[in-house]
Every structure is written in structure tokens, then in C-alpha cells.
Design a protein around this ligand. Sequence first.
Ligand code: FAD
Ligand code: SF4
Length: 477
Amino acid sequence: MSDNFQFINLPRLDPEKTESRVRIHTWNEIYGQFDSADAGNQAGRCLECGNPYCEWKCPVHNYIPNWLKLVREGNLFEAAELSHKTNSLPEICGRVCPQDRLCEGSCTLNDGFGAVTIGSVEKFITDEAYKKGWRPDLSNVVQTGKKVAIIGAGPAGLACADVLVRNGVKPIVYDRYPEIGGLLTFGIPSFKLEKEVVRVRRQIMEGMGVKFILNTEIGRDIGFQQLLNDYDAVFLGMGTYNYMEGGFSGENLTGVYKALPYLVGNISQVENWETKADIREGLGMQDGYINLKGKHVVVLGGGDTAMDCNRTAIRQGAASVTCAYRRDEANMPGSKREVANAKEEGVQFLWNRQPVSIVGECQAEGVKVVTTELGQPDARGRRSPQVVQGSEEIIPADVVLIAFGFRPSPAEWFKDFNITVESNGRVKASATQEFAFQTTHEKVFAGGDMVRGSDLVVTAVYEGRQAAQGILDYLQV
Ligand code: FAD
Ligand code: SF4
């Protein structure tokens, strides 16, 4: 029987986390898994408060209290089915979502009791159900005979494929990389998301009837016109891949690297992947694997990518890792959990420091920074940093990693097909079009980072799913 006051006697418990002194020597995920008893007990802490703010704050509006209840009752397969009604990658979102500012951040139990461990239960459901033989139930699907090409096997493309195949439309997903996942595979390090999790998701999706055509770049290996000819509609989920520069001197010195090529080089080394020359070129990975063992490293930026650089450098055995960010800790964009993990692993943070140049003759020797204070909030409520006069200092460094984020990277060929790009480079498509996430080409839909700018896995999933609904409406199936 349910006990709505279980949260009083049973404190919040997170799955066991590997101690920092141990985990910095491995590339494994740092969080363990609940066993069935702990998952049930933690799920049972849900108050069923009647107004589930967690659902509203979750970008895909997961039926959180409902699947928590199923876990508490031990109905794992039902929980897995329900969880997939709103989320195409629940085990991945359970691992990488910044729950502290999404679902868990809005849990009623934050008032002194500790939020329900929603993310960990979400990952438990699919991981454990899959191990016990659960596979998505597509027994009622009626085939429509329609087929849709999807460009990009990242979260947006995968989510779009998931909804289409469940509605009897055949998705064929093209990606230039040799494995699915987009930034899940070629970006996020394995200590946050082991690559085996993405491989399992591929097996699930292939089992559902999704076809992947990998190592194939649209616009180079296959022309876009051919997709328009061969398919009933096309979805673009191509991400954002232009690196933001600091715009200050010294960025071209030896020892200065961009975040994503550094991270992908390391993942390739850890996973023992041969990264093809054209992928290396596309990602700006001319330097290949960059080993920072023994180096004094400065990471510039305050988002998830910066945290991943910090923690990768620590695991490579850097002599020191210092992360400089121009706002204070409360105003940084990265997940609070990841900042805490980085601190535990030995990363030093310098808040309110804005880089003005990278110093050195040929080789980077340090980063010149100024101290900042936060001014009044702007129209969007963000407080912009103001420079404190006379506050220049140099942080010594052998290596500088630049993690300022990404700008949109619209393909040259979009203009040949009337696919409109906004002045900021994002593809024009939104929930408010006649058909959700339709572009200015009636047969072409788009979503994820290339439409909203670089953001989160879960928001890319949301847009991929919404776009799939737009495609179904457009195809009238
Ligand atoms: P992507 O994941 O970028 O996928 C796009 C895919 O399209 C790629 O596979 C690419 O190869 C393919 N493609 C592009 N052009 C073509 C073409 N012409 N032909 C064929 N294929 C093509 N989010 C979180 O929620 N939590 C995190 O902890 C987190 N950490 C991150 C860490 C890093 C280092 C980075 C870079 C991002 C992180 N993010 C995180 C953000 C998240 O990964 C992205 O928001 C999300 O992956 C976007 O999904 P997408 O499908 O739009 O694009
Ligand atoms: Fe929370 Fe993300 Fe899962 Fe939504 S998808 S319930 S925000 S972990």
C-alpha cells in the first residue's frame, strides 16, 4: 500500500558515486545504479502532490509521478512503456539532464526534505527493463507505407525516428559519423555517459525498424535533392558545429585548443576508435589525441562543455586544472551537479574572471584575465559582467582549452532548397508553423540545436518528437 508520508522517514538517496580519488583514474560513469529495493523506496518518496511541477518543468513533460508509482509497485515493464510515451531517450536523459534545474529542481519535497531522485529512477527503468528482456511494444502499429529521411542521428533525429516508427512511418537516418548519438557519442565523455548505453539504444531502435545509414554525409556523399525525390518528407537534426572564439589575441598559439576536438580526440583514444580523416577535418581535430598529462591547464568557459574539459584533463593526469568564468558561480550555465563533481575531482575555479588575451611567444604561457562584477539584470534577466579597472592578472598555463560554446552551422546547400536561415544562423522552424517544426520548404522539417541553438539533450528530444508529429500531420497519416 502506498504511504504518502514515506518522504518523512526515508531520506533522499542517490545511487552510489565512485569516490573522486578512485574515479579520476577511470573513464567509467561515476554514478552506480539503484537496486530494485532502493529504486522502489526512492520512487515511493513521491508525495503525489496533485500538481506535479516536476512534469511541467521537464521539457518533454514526462508522466513522472505515474512511472514512479509503477516502480514502487514493481511494474517495471509498464513503467518502461509509459516512460517512452513522452521521452525517446529516457535512460540518457536520466544520466545527463541537469535535473537540479529541471524536474528535481521543482519537486515539492525541495522544501526541506530533498527532491525525489527522478533522474536516477528514470535511468533505472529502461536500463533494468532492457536487461530483463523488455523491448518497445509495437504490436499495434499499422504500417502507412510512408518513409522519411532523417539527417543526423543525434538526440533530435533519434527522437523524430522513434515517434515516426511508432506511427507506421519508416525512418531512414543518415549520419556522417560511424556511430549514432551525435554529441552523445562524439562529445559527452564516458564518465557522464558510457558509450555502451548509446549502443544499446541503437539496438532498441533497430529492433523497432529504424534504419541507420552511417558514414554518409548529406550534401557530399548523397545530394539533398535525392532525398527529396526518394522520401515523403525530410527531417534535419544536424546540430551546431561552429566553435565560438574569444576574439582576443593569442588564440592561435601552440597549446591552445578548442573544446570539442579535444574531447572527441580523447573519447576516440579511450574507445580505441579510428576516427576517419574527414571527421577529424570536420571537427577541426588536426591535432588528433591531445594528452594533457603533467600540464598546467586553464579551461575558459562555464557550461557543460567546459566542465567536461576540466574533468577530462584531470583524468589525463594534468598537473593542475583551473577553470575561469566571467560570471559568479550562481550565474554559470553549467549543471550545478557537474560543477560539484569537478570540484571534488580537483578542479580549481576562478569566478568573475574574463579573459582578455592568451600570452606567450609561440607557445601559450598563460591567460591574462580581468576581474568582473555583475551589473544590473538585462532584458532577459541575465546580469552582464562589468570589468573592474586595474584588475589584470595572468594565470600561468601550458595549455588553454576554449569552451565558449557553439554557433549555428547552416549547410551551404540550404539556400538552394528554400530552407530559410534566421540572421543568427538558426534554421527557421518552430512549434507554431502550420505543421510543427516545418521549415520554409514544405517537405522539410527541422529541430534540435540547429533550430534553438546549442542547448540540452532533452530539448533536442522534445523538438525531434514535435517535428515527427508535424510530419505525421503533414503526411495525413
Ligand atoms: P547533435 O547531437 O549535434 O547531432 C547532430 C548530428 O547530425 C551529428 O551526429 C552529425 O554528425 C549529424 N550531421 C550533421 N550534418 C550532417 C550531414 N550533412 N550529413 C549527415 N549527418 C550530419 N546536454 C545535456 O542535456 N547534458 C549534458 O551533460 C550535456 N553535455 C554536453 C557536453 C558537450 C561536450 C557538448 C558539446 C554538449 C553537451 N550537451 C549536453 C548538449 C547536447 O549534447 C546537445 O544539445 C544535443 O546533442 C543536441 O542534439 P542534436 O540532435 O540537435 O544535435
Ligand atoms: Fe528530469 Fe530530464 Fe527525465 Fe525530464 S527528461 S524527468 S527533466 S531527467
